[in-house]
Design a binder for this molecule. Structure first.
Ligand code: HEC
Ligand code: HEC
Ligand code: HEC
Ligand code: HEC
Ligand code: HEC
Length: 374
């Protein structure tokens, strides 16, 4: 081989490579630039997951010993979630020990080998979901701690309208979006025997998983994404106005322009009225609800309103019948998913409709104008 061939070959490949790069720049669109870690960290920093002062992360700080108990640690401690995953070397799908206090939902909670490989979410009912893709970890914490199965177990074989001192309010727990998304597949609501219920609400293909809608770090929804298909939306405040053309007038108020949120909320209010009527007329002890633990209180003057002094721990409701346990569980479930109108409105309306239908065996409830979702 002649001496000058090598330099020529090198120049040839260099120019060739340059040409490919230049043509690539012109012909092919540039790859979207990934977000920088700084930008991601800044978004996360502003989110609820990073809020080290939040009750969800400081609730156990004054306890003796100051630690997050094993049955709470999965969702309230970074150490607890890593334990649950088995990332700490322990058995997966169970938290073996109480966790240290003082952590939040930090980067490592979602970004570690076990979390990345995870495919199945396990729900309190014993049901599992394996289609959550990279949102699977979201559903492990946003699933509540109880399900309709716990309500069925607690009330089975008891007389519907008999006060029973072994009964009490069953609380699904907070921000249960992950379970509501899957509805009947994970039996998050108390489902009445013999009725059919909706499972997963698919919405549309590109906006199905948690992180299709919620930024995984800021947790926020980008309203302009939704506006592409829902013209009613110009900012986040408008999400509650979204309705599609063929949505029935579920709540029977004659308004077929309000958002699906409006349908859900009216049915929720009707359910509250029926629960109050049932407690007053059948149990003989009027009841109140407030968004404050333990949620259900006695209404001594029976005026249906929370008056001064009525919402306090000492005044919590104590006259539970099986029918009331089921109804209050479903009522509170809807209150505990502020995004329920989006996550699975039809399932929640079904569950509330059937709850009122069941209450109508004991009191008069007018369901004639309502439509049960199919
Ligand atoms: C280890 C448990 C855990 C995981 C995993 C988790 N969350 Fe959370 N999430 C929480 C807790 C606890 C809070 C309440 C934080 C607070 O009160 O500040 C919360 C709050 C939220 C909120 C309310 C927003 C706010 O600012 O309060 C949204 C929305 C949310 N999470 C979505 C998600 C999504 C989406 C994922 C998956 C990418 C996810 N979460 C994964 C535990 C978790
Ligand atoms: C499956 C996950 C999960 C488990 C297990 C769990 N929690 Fe939570 N908890 C949450 C989420 C999510 C929130 C939402 C926090 C918020 O937005 O305030 C929350 C909120 C709370 C709050 C804060 C309420 C407020 O006022 O902000 C308390 C207190 C709490 N949980 C107590 C407990 C206790 C006690 C246990 C154990 C017996 C427990 N949790 C187990 C997921 C869980
Ligand atoms: C609640 C869970 C959760 C937490 C906490 C979290 N992430 Fe993420 N992160 C995700 C998910 C889910 C994705 C998207 C993965 C996908 O789409 O396949 C992601 C994506 C990423 C990416 C790739 C981004 C891209 O544009 O492709 C980086 C880098 C990242 N996260 C870094 C971080 C850092 C740094 C933190 C802490 C400041 C953090 N994450 C906290 C869940 C989380
Ligand atoms: C199709 C879009 C969409 C999907 C998919 C979705 N969400 Fe939501 N989510 C919403 C909307 C809309 C709201 C209500 C926001 C509002 O009212 O401002 C919401 C509210 C929430 C809230 C309450 C936030 C708060 O401030 O209290 C949590 C927690 C939450 N979603 C978690 C999840 C989790 C976990 C998943 C996956 C299992 C999920 N979401 C899937 C759109 C979605
Ligand atoms: C690609 C188009 C598209 C995008 C983007 C989109 N949606 Fe939808 N949305 C639909 C369609 C189609 C339906 C009707 C689906 C069904 O239930 O059959 C729907 C239904 C809904 C409903 C229920 C309405 C009703 O009357 O039952 C809500 C709420 C909703 N979308 C909110 C959102 C939010 C919030 C976002 C942004 C995070 C979003 N959508 C993004 C197409 C879209």
């Amino acid at each position: 081989m002649k001496k000058y061939v090598w330099p020529l070959l090198i120049i040839f490949f260099f120019l060739g490579g340059l040409a490919v790069i230049l043509i690539g720049q012109v012909v092919l669109p540039p790859e979207p630039r990934p977000e920088t870690v700084q930008a991601i960290s800044a978004k996360w920093d502003e989110s609820g997951h990073a809020d080290a002062e939040a009750e969800a992360f400081v609730h156990w700080d004054e306890d003796d010993p100051a630690e997050v108990p094993a049955n709470c640690a999965k969702c309230h401690s970074a150490y607890g979630y890593l334990d649950y995953l088995g990332e700490d070397g322990s058995e997966p799908q169970i938290v073996d020990a109480a966790a240290e206090i003082g952590s939040v939902v930090s980067c490592f909670v979602c970004h570690n080998p076990s979390a990345h490989e995870k495919e199945i979410a396990y729900f309190p009912s014993g049901d599992t979901v394996d289609t959550l893709e990279s949102s699977v970890n979201c559903a492990e914490c946003h699933q509540g701690t109880r399900s309709g199965v716990a309500v069925a177990d607690a009330t089975v074989d008891l007389t519907d309208d008999e006060v029973n001192e072994d009964l009490g309010f069953i609380n699904v727990h907070y921000k249960v979006a992950g379970a509501v998304r899957y509805g009947s597949e994970v039996q998050v609501g108390y489902e009445f025997p013999g009725k059919d219920y909706i499972g997963y609400y698919p919405h549309v293909e590109d906006y199905q998983q948690c992180v299709d809608c919620h930024d995984p770090h800021s947790l926020e929804i980008t309203a302009s994404d939704c506006a592409a298909c829902h013209p009613a939306v110009s900012d986040l405040g408008d999400l509650r106005s979204i309705r599609v053309d063929d949505t029935p007038d579920f709540d029977g108020d004659g308004d077929t322009t309000e958002g699906i949120y409006g349908e859900l909320i009216t049915v929720h209010e009707m359910l509250y009225d029926s629960i109050q009527a049932y407690a007053a007329d059948v149990i003989g002890e009027p009841i109140l609800y407030a968004a404050q633990f333990p949620y259900w209180y006695v209404d001594p003057n029976g005026n249906g309103e929370a008056d001064d002094g009525e919402i306090n721990f000492g005044n919590q409701y104590q006259s539970w019948t099986p029918r009331l346990v089921r109804a209050t569980y479903n009522y509170h479930l809807v209150a505990e998913d502020p995004g329920g109108f989006m996550h699975n409105a039809r399932y929640l309306i079904q569950v509330m409709y059937d709850t009122m239908d069941n209450l109508s065996e004991a009191i008069s409830v007018d369901l004639a104008s309502l439509t049960r979702p199919e």
